[in-house]
Design a protein around this ligand. Sequence first.
Ligand code: PLP
Length: 389
Amino acid sequence: MSSTNSEKNKLEGINTKVIHHCKDFAEKTGAVMPPIFQTSTFKHGNPAGFDYTRSGNPNFRILENVLASLEGSKYATVFGSGVSAITAIASSLKKNDLILCEANLYGCTVRLFEQVFQKFGLKALWIDFTKQSSIDSIHQHKPALIWLESPTNPLLKIIDLKKVCSEANKENIPVVVDNTFATPILQKPLELGATISLTSTTKYINGHSDALGGVVCTQDPYWHDCMIFSQKALGLQPSPFDCWLITRGVKTLPLRLEKQIQNASFLADVLADNPSVVSVTYPYRKDHAQYSLAKKQMSKGGAIITVRLAANESNTYSFCKNLKYFSMAESLGGVESLICHPATMTHASVPVDVKEELGITESLVRLSIGCEDEFDLLKDLEEALDQLK
Ligand SMILES: *Cc1c(COP(=O)(O)O)cnc(C)c1O
């Protein structure tokens, strides 16, 4: 029985896919790994069509190919960071356009819309997309773009992406999903109806906390053209070396994530029973407010846990500092576990009343679970919790 190339590709498993891709560069040398194409410019008229690294480089293309295949998208464009990817999308809009945003977006997205793009006439409106009335209001606001994130940071709220996209699609309103927390392994926004899936590759995709990057995936040639234009016109391109690192990192994404998720679901359950813990938020726990939606929308629960401690701000701080394996740091998704105090770190710039309204209180901590052995992480957390008593 013969099969076409595309049929063969369909049969490829996820681990194979991230390891075996784009060998074209190696024809002349036999190199098993791609080189770093550390060049700013290319000879005019080359067959691959490169001209200047601000608008494309072989290392970008290698990474774009593997990320598009993970996402199942026709197009992927890489950027210097997640924030660059957000900038590329927002700068494709025009004066007086409205972005209808989920109220609990990543802090730097909020800052970018409110403190930068607002000056150029873009408007942003913040609503809670877990409410049906918010979804209904899409037709009233008629935004140029809808901006979602699920699970959200740090409260791991789950938005019904399929429902929002299907309402938006009735009026041809493009929907952007920031898929950084879930990754395309756990959730595929384009299949759920989104126009654009955006990921900060700094986090799980690279997974080693040693490079920054962002990617925008789409099936829509219009948005793809916008991304290529933004990359070049705004200077949002990554470096060839960072792309090379992220290409290396993504090879172990499914493996890393599997261990991280296994650790996270174990720790979430044990922490929930600890007397120094008020509550644990984890999408795949039955007590999560959108548990059944999470089960339907995500193939697994992810590796972020949000915990409310029975402690005031200074004790919460001491708890974070007393941990041995969890460094207190921003970012997430690496092989090493991290802990973050959102109220004073990632969400420090959010006004206090807004933080209260969102539920980002002084006793809230966000854990990014790494690949360490689960018993070491548990011992570390339990010892620090004991000191809270
Ligand atoms: C980190 C992050 C970003 C920004 O990505 P950078 O690579 O740090 O610029 C955007 N969205 C989410 C959800 C993130 O966690």
